[in-house]
Design a protein around this ligand. Sequence first.
Ligand SMILES: [Zn+2]
Length: 253
Amino acid sequence: MRPFILSETNWKAVKDQKFELAVLPWGATEAHNFHLPYSTDNIMAEKVAAESAQKAWDKGLKVIVLPLIPFGVNTGQLDIKLDINLNPSTQYAILNDIADILSRHGINKFLILNGHGGNDFKQMIRELGSKYPDMFICTCNWYQSFETSDYFENGGGHADEMETSIMQYISPEFVRPLKEAGIGAGKNFRIKGLNEKWAWAERKWSKVTADTGIGDPGKSTPEKGEKCFKEVIRKVGDLMINLCETGINDMYE
Ligand SMILES: [Zn+2]
């Protein structure tokens, strides 16, 4: 039983405990090429949340990790079998209900730990901030806490070398042999500004990739995954520590 994981702890331990920071890991349920499980984003976000919170807890800081939300925004994958879409407006409603409970119980710092590229909580946090002015709400995409090229030869972003290597390290029992994986070839837009990323449109996933992957997983190894994952825990752990240690009225220097 880890006292900083709400789904594992109990009322006896929680009722008189003052918590400084609540962390909500948020993933997605979606196809990840032929070799990774639908819950890839969930498994990784939950593990990053738990191991980072452990670092803060070990320093005596009171962080509590809430149960992960397993469905994300998959509006670009509605035709891919059993990708489960949660609309952004539904996500806002969920966040609003959770923020309400946290504020009732005096937990005024709230970190949404995101593990899925289709989720974007920034605008929701702006709106929630105006509803809960006494709370400090922030979000972090754990997969942006490091430079991909420092650890991996091939990028991509979905069921790619990074995701595959980390899954080979943290959950090898759910990873199929690499020879079963597709090559993760992703098509670009015909429109220059969209490829240069200063213009944006949602990609229709089934038109962009044949195997649902974007990024070649062929050079993945658990050793690469371990190196990268440990850096992620160092970075996200420090983020949680800094959030716990910094007063809500003392955020700027
Ligand atoms: Zn993923």
